[in-house]
Ligand binder design. Structure first.
Ligand SMILES: Cc1ncc(COP(=O)(O)O)c(C=O)c1O
Length: 377
């Protein structure tokens, strides 16, 4: 099976990080500080390195002591956000489609997930008007990913400004999940925290999982104003205590190095190139249709598969979940694993998500199998 489903970049952690970790281990002869709990907020050196990155990249000055926490990946930061800013029974707004884990976290916390449809004809971008209509007295938080998983949408500064206007009128918290920020190919990526005037209600979540190809190391972070961070810290401390000490040290020492920036840049170019080739080739195959022959950001492509479903699995059309039927068909018939679009929300029911952060050979083999099996348009 060619696995293009799971979201694991195949490039692995940067060389410099691995070297630094090896040095630290080599120096470690007996009991050391790294065998003890790190600061619950995260190692100061790492918090400082990350805040330096925000300053260098976007000119945003953050307080490394008070406005950032190191978390167990971005997922913990999302969980902390939902748990700390809302109460049971509160409504949490989620654009549809977006990262599938949001809805599960909201429900697991006993909050109510309100999905706001976004539409293919508008490029799957959340409309501030639709957002406004979805807000009720019980709404407390909007969960927004930009770049969006699975569509690759990047919210422009102007649109974010409009979204801020809507959420501020209702005094909602807003979380910006920016884990794919380093994989923006087109347009300018804007971190929401740039909107200083609404800073007290903005939470940013991010991680090393995608940028450093280290999903298994579980290191992420959360940025918020000092009062909010202080509250969130309590939840983090009581659930996780602290993150891996030595890994934080090694990351802190290398995270802003030029060599790592170059590695990220090379990985980004490779993924972008693969995405463009894959879109071009799949778009020629029967049943695959792309809204756009380009990709704005991220590690996935999101073709529409309505006609594929209609021709090869006509019985699935009457049922609601066409994307699951197509994912099953591709797996059984061609041994190609993808994620059904419906996993990201009802609006994804005619789409599948294909991960392109894999080897060029696997993608070529995928195109070959599908061309042979489905034929050209
Ligand atoms: C949008 C988005 N946010 C967060 C995550 C999870 O990140 P982490 O591995 O840092 O928990 C993912 C993983 O695919 C994702 O796509």
């Amino acid at each position: 099976v060619i696995n293009l489903g799971i979201s694991i970049p195949d490039f692995g952690p940067p060389l410099l990080f691995k070297q630094r970790l090896q040095e630290l281990l080599a120096l470690h002869v007996s009991f050391s500080e790294y065998d003890c709990y790190a600061d619950s907020r995260g190692l100061y050196a790492l918090r400082n390195a990350i805040t330096n990155r925000y300053f260098k990249k976007y000119g945003i000055a953050l307080n490394a002591e008070k406005e950032i926490l190191i978390t167990h990946g971005a997922v913990e930061a999302i969980w902390l956000t939902v748990f700390s800013t809302t109460n049971p029974g509160d409504e949490v707004l989620i654009p549809d489609p977006s990262y599938m884990i949001y809805e599960s976290i909201v429900k697991a916390c006993g909050r109510i997930a309100i999905k706001i449809p976004t539409y293919a004809e508008n490029g799957f971008v959340l409309s501030p008007n639709d957002l406004k209509k979805a807000i009720t007295k019980r709404s407390k938080l909007l969960l927004l990913d930009s770049p969006v998983n699975p569509t690759g949408v990047v919210y422009s500064k102007i649109l974010l400004q409009e979204i801020i206007q809507v959420v501020s009128a209702a005094e909602l918290y807003i979380m910006h999940d920016e884990v794919f920020d380093d994989f923006t190919y087109k347009g300018d990526f804007t971190p929401l925290i740039q909107f200083d005037s609404y800073k007290e209600k903005i939470i940013m979540v991010n991680s090393f999982s995608k940028r450093f190809g280290m999903t298994g190391w579980r290191i992420g972070w959360l940025v918020a104003c000092s009062q909010l961070t202080e509250q969130i810290l309590k939840v983090h401390t009581f659930t996780h205590l602290a993150m891996n000490h030595m890994v934080q040290r090694a990351l802190a020492d290398v995270v802003n190095s030029e060599s790592i920036e170059n590695e990220i840049h090379a990985n980004k170019n490779k993924i972008h190139h693969q995405a463009l080739e894959c879109i071009r080739d799949l778009n020629k195959i029967f049943g695959f249709h792309f809204l756009n022959l380009d990709i704005q950001a991220g590690m996935y492509i999101f073709p529409e598969i309505k006609s594929l479903c209609k021709k090869f699995i006509p019985h699935a059309d009457s049922k609601k979940d066409r994307s699951t039927a197509v994912a099953k068909f591709l797996l059984e018939k061609f041994k190609i694993a993808v994620v059904p679009g419906s996993a990201f929300g009802q609006q994804g029911v005619d789409y599948i998500r294909i991960s392109i952060a894999t080897s060029y050979e696997k993608l070529q083999e995928t195109v070959y199998r599908l061309t042979q099996g489905l034929g050209l348009k």
